[in-house]
Design a binder for this molecule. Sequence first.
Ligand code: SAH
Ligand code: SF4
Length: 349
Amino acid sequence: MLHWEQMKQVLLGLELTEIQTILGPGLPLWRARQLYEALYRQRAEQLQDVTTLPGELREALAEQWDVGWPRPKRCYEAADGTRRYLLSLTDGKTVESVLMPEDGRDTICISTQIGCPVNCKFCLTAKLGLERNLTAGEIVGQVLSVCRDQGLSPQDRRVNVVMMGMGEPLLNLPNVLKAVRLLTDSHGVGLSVRRITLSTSGIIPKIEELGREAVRPKLAISLNASTEEQRQELMPVTRKYPLKELMEACRRYPLRPWERLTFEYVLLRGVNDSDADARRVVRLIANLKCKVNLIPFNPGPGLAYETPAPEQVASFQAIVRRAAPCFIRKPRGREIYAACGQLKLVSLE
Ligand code: SAH
Ligand code: SF4
């Protein structure tokens, strides 16, 4: 049987117009604004804390509604300061978020789905399959929850959000876009869109859809291979969305003046990490306004790949740099399975 609390509806994730609707036509718009600001600007965790609303209204609302923050259930901390959070959602399922503190910056890596339907061969999350999409409130809630735990304000310019946790954001686009609107609204959470990045495995029609949005995060593409065949093998989604067409979509993508594309490239020893691969990457991205992040493979149980030697990573980087700025992503929190592609499946006791 469901607990009464779980049967309540969730406020987090509602936009102003939706809040207006639930408050009903009898109340002025400014009441809806007060509740909106309490949810997203003051970041109230419970209706009781929304003291700008009269007590009676709060109580009436509380009969049917809950704020609905994801609750930290477990938190693992790595030696490098990375923290991996397991957050409980209102239906009892859990989702993962990661906080990566770096000098002067805090990057929060959030999930957009529970599991992932895209079957990349080097990724642990893939082994879960898709359990369900996250709601906009659950996506926003991860940022609020991690910030609260760390005593951070999302309005702080040092806070960055990357949608690189569990899931393929472009296969949950309506909820992801709604979450981005809520996160970037200056009357609400107040993050800048320039501080949010969405990473995709390359769902071409959705990249095009994203490009047409007025409020959209920066775009990162997981390239991960230098030829059509190699990409098909590593990322079966390529059969539907070929590398050639993906690169054409990247060339057509309407970048804003301040923006560049990011390409991510997981380096798998002896598979896609040769100098010849690097030269092919140079040709693929030639003349694109972009940067490249190399991610040496993070191992996980049941993944049949190896991490390349540091010299090979350096050699790959030196070649790609001929075409674009190219960085090596430090593995973050590998020992707690917080690094790229390691989320879910592994629980540490
Ligand atoms: N689904 C989206 C975002 C989540 S994955 C995407 O694929 O882009 C985030 C990044 O982690 C991707 O660039 C992916 O290629 C990378 N990744 C997945 N498994 C990895 C692993 N085992 N080691 C290193 N990077 C990995
Ligand atoms: Fe999904 Fe990204 Fe993992 Fe591929 S790499 S399975 S798209 S989470």
